[in-house]
Write a protein that binds this ligand. Sequence first.
Ligand SMILES: C[S@@+](CC[C@H](N)C(=O)[O-])C[C@H]1O[C@@H](n2cnc3c(N)ncnc32)[C@H](O)[C@@H]1O
Length: 311
Amino acid sequence: MKVVSFFSGLGGLDKGFADTGYDIIWANDFDKYAVQTYKANFGEHIVLGDINEIPLNEIPDCDVLIGGFPCQPFSMMGEQKGFEDTRGTLFFRIAEIVDDKIKRGKKPRAIILENVRSLKTHNNGRTYKEIHRILQDVLGYKVFCKILNTADYGVPQTRNRTYIVCFDNQTAEYEFPAEQKLDKTLQDLLEHDVDNKYFLSDRILPTILSNGTGGYKAKSEIDLKIARPLCATMAKMHRACQDNYVTQKGRVRRLTPRECARLQGFEDSFVIPVSDCQAYKQFGNAVTVNVSRAIAQSVKDTLKELGEWTD
Ligand SMILES: C[S@@+](CC[C@H](N)C(=O)[O-])C[C@H]1O[C@@H](n2cnc3c(N)ncnc32)[C@H](O)[C@@H]1O
């Protein structure tokens, strides 16, 4: 099954599909450091560039199209009715690419999209409604959507994300993957011999450990068993009510990039060729591999039932 991947980042979503027997033939991202990590792990099929500027005829035809499109402001969507309402958003670019393939008789059999949890409630639900409408009524897909939590797929991180799975075949009966038992904690994933730079100084410690203030009241807790969601701004220091801190040898420290990799389901063989700052951003942006693998398998099962799966 040939897959084209958009907004590929360091390849979390792609890895789940590749591990499940799909063939990723083309990927894209406009962040040169993400492309560097992707190439170091998956090969040269990723193209560096802005998806809005890549000509439609340079994007290969495929059986399955995947993408965790960035959560842009969708403020222009909602009130109006046309396909044009999403113009200028990255979702629109995906829709435009699919539309072009349909016009040339090369409609992908399935589309898998990922976004933040709040996609479904954004703008009183109108943003998602419009995305759903375009996928279903304009592009002609049968659409399934669910919020899945990484912690329900074997990895100790609370990470709720919206997953949209679409099939061209209107008879498709798709079930999102079943939840699995969590048998690990964040502590099981920690490294044991960690560079001093990850430990907090006595000067910064009180700030990090203080509770949220003002409009953002939250309790600071460290040493959580299930990590808070990794975020793309992890390189900056956040309070312990927002980010993950652990105690080791009596001292408090942040997570290392390798621990972030583990919390996103990557094995230790995954190469991290970029700075800590870029690595935190890329892992914070990624789809957890265990979740993408479970979705890839469930989509494969459905395509097999439909007699549409090809090796
Ligand atoms: C949420 S991340 C995707 C992470 C990826 N799905 C994964 O699992 O690792 C979104 C990515 O979209 C990329 N991006 C944003 N706007 C883009 C554009 N106009 N063209 C190409 N890539 C873009 C960002 O650089 C970022 O890596």
